[in-house]
Design a protein around this ligand. Structure first.
Ligand code: ADE
Ligand code: ZN
Length: 339
């Protein structure tokens, strides 16, 4: 088997995926039409042409506009089912899905509509394909902490459906410390704290996410590499980084995938994982991300196994041990053959 086939067939966990970022243009058109909402594109071609970004904010403006056609429970269900179908194609057997309630509640869509649609799809995906999943409710960091508190309050009747809280959107100028109190309150409610940090923001933001928000995993974290003390801390505390290669390339976090810091992360023994972030916008799902970064950095089968193992190891799944055994069994013939 080639390394590409090994990657495609391997069981995988995805830990960094925004459900609104999996909104493919075809489905966006379909839902816009049935909801009679206008979008500023005539056809799929025009949508795809608009997906050229110079930075995170360029992308976020288009991403929030796209999510504006989602109105009803069925829309959130269809969106989530389409993502699960991609998981099935990509052999993703466990996924931890972020959703941005404020993107919808600010347009008058009730929290309940969003979470019920997503949750129904989670149940169907488990029954139909055996895919396990959990939800991460992300606060939008360009909005106020007070607004995040409103979202926390709205989430409480659905607490049993949500595992963790995250922090996403425009990073620069919106440090983790801005959300100290709402993260404290979220932890008290039983949510696991996570945050995007060090994507465009400095390593200081990663320190803040650790020290002030008490996060268990860093989303992205690329800029941690500029700080040797921080690397040591992340390794010692076994904090994983959810790395997103095609996203980093599309948003110009890296100038070229060949210069991506993933290999350096692995060399430092940082617990890096591979993820797709917003696959409909950045050119690919899990397998595309693995294939692109494998080629760019000439990763070995052992590197691929490490990345996949890290994904399961740093998931919040109750089936983690089973997943890790499955990974070991899957890779053992390939690694033995190399010796
Ligand atoms: N929301 C969706 N994708 C994001 C990303 N890559 N960074 C910050 N916020 C996001
Ligand atoms: Zn993200």
């Amino acid at each position: 088997m080639t390394i590409q086939e090994i990657i495609k067939n391997a069981p995988k966990a995805e830990l960094h995926l925004h459900i609104e970022g999996s909104f493919e243009p075809e489905l966006m058109f379909e839902i816009a039409q049935r909801n009679k909402v206008s979008i500023p594109y005539k056809n799929i071609e025009e949508v795809k042409n608009a997906y050229k970004f110079d930075c995170l904010q360029d992308f976020l403006d288009i991403y929030y506009a796209g999510a504006g056609v989602l109105l009803h429970e069925i829309d959130f269900y269809d969106l989530t089912m389409a993502y699960f179908a991609k998981c099935h194609e990509n052999n993703v057997i466990h996924t931890e899905i972020m959703f941005d309630p404020q993107t919808h509640t600010h347009r008058g869509v009730p929290f309940e509509t969003v979470i019920t649609g997503i949750h129904k799809a989670q149940k169907v995906a488990e029954e139909k394909w055996g895919i396990s999943s959990l939800l991460i409710m992300s606060y939008l960091r360009h909005l106020s902490e007070e607004d995040a508190f409103v979202t926390l309050e709205q989430s409480l009747p659905f607490k049993h459906l949500i595992a963790a809280v995250g922090l996403d959107s425009s990073e620069l100028g919106n440090p983790p410390s801005k959300f100290k109190n709402v993260f404290e309150a979220s932890i008290k409610e039983g949510y696991i704290p996570l945050a995007h940090a060090g994507e465009e923001g400095p390593s200081d933001y990663v320190w803040e996410a650790l020290d002030i928000l008490n996060i268990h995993r860093i989303d992205h974290g690329n800029n941690s590499l500029s700080d040797a003390k921080l690397i040591k801390r992340l390794v010692e505390e076994n904090i994983a980084l959810t790395v997103c290669p095609l996203s980093n390339s599309a948003l110009k976090v890296v100038d070229d995938l060949k210069n991506h810091p993933l290999k350096t992360m692995l060399n430092h023994n940082l617990k890096a994982t591979i993820n797709s972030d917003d696959p409909a916008y950045f050119g690919g799902y899990m397998n595309d991300n693995f294939l692109a970064i494998q080629e760019a950095l000439d990763l070995s089968i052992a590197d691929i196994q490490t990345l996949i193992r890290n994904g399961f190891e740093h998931s919040f799944s109750e089936k983690k041990v089973v997943f890790l055994e499955k990974t070991k069994a899957y890779f053992s013939p390939f690694l033995n053959n190399l010796k």
